[in-house]
Design a binder for this molecule. Structure first.
Ligand SMILES: CC(C)(COP(=O)(O)OP(=O)(O)OC[C@H]1O[C@@H](n2cnc3c(N)ncnc32)[C@H](O)[C@@H]1OP(=O)(O)O)[C@@H](O)C(=O)NCCC(=O)NCCS
Length: 165
């Protein structure tokens, strides 16, 4: 089973533009760190980020806001894991409570001591929600492989064309 990892931080002036909006890169770094911890805890080895899908900023985040990232491994392939990362923002002086701010899917690859991709444990899917999330992630993983194959095929064809000329 995969456990959720949480990371919270109050946004400071060094993380914002002159109007007080938090830089996207600051939030992406927090998300990456949370995804890293979730993946590393899941496979108990070193991991690197290979890809980020569907990064969407829904709500502006301002100086002084409390940002909380939540990360959970939702899919495993052979050596890769997909981690869903959600970000909530809370205006601490308001009564509204946390609001959904952004989300993304991080593909993390487990590496052995020699820096080579290594097999990750199986993911136990206990709920229908977890099964649905796994299936969605599996489709993204397959799409990546299809596109990679197409790119390699195009490269080969271009080489052959150049060889003829
Ligand atoms: C990620 C990395 C280790 C993959 O190495 P590789 O030799 O290409 O390995 P493979 O082709 O065997 O891929 C390993 C797994 O990663 C997945 N993967 C690799 N690149 C990917 C990408 N761009 N998008 C999605 N998945 C990817 C593959 O699907 C495969 O998953 P699976 O075993 O579950 O099917 C390598 O490309 C790398 O080191 N990239 C740089 C990572 C980095 O520096 N990140 C930023 C700092 S953390």
């Amino acid at each position: 089973m995969s456990t959720k990892i949480y990371l919270s931080e109050v946004m400071m002036p060094s993380q914002t533009n002159p109007s007080g909006n938090v830089h996207g890169g600051e939030l992406m770094k927090m998300m990456d760190s949370t995804a890293y911890a979730a993946a590393r805890k899941f496979c108990r080895s070193n991991v690197v980020t290979a890809r980020v899908d569907e990064l969407e900023f829904h709500t502006p985040i301002l100086i002084g806001d409390l940002v909380t990232c939540t990360a959970e491994v939702i899919y495993v392939g052979h050596t890769s894991m997909e981690v869903a990362v959600n970000v909530e923002v809370e205006v601490l002086e308001a009564e509204q409570g946390p609001q959904h701010a952004l989300s993304a899917y991080f593909t993390m690859v487990a590496l052995d001591r020699n820096g080579r991709p290594m097999t990750v444990p199986k993911l136990v899917l206990e709920t229908d929600e977890a099964k649905a999330a796994f299936e969605e992630a599996r489709k993204r993983h397959e799409l990546y492989h299809e596109r990679k194959k197409q790119r390699e095929l195009q490269k080969q064809m271009k080489k052959q064309e150049e060889g003829k000329g």
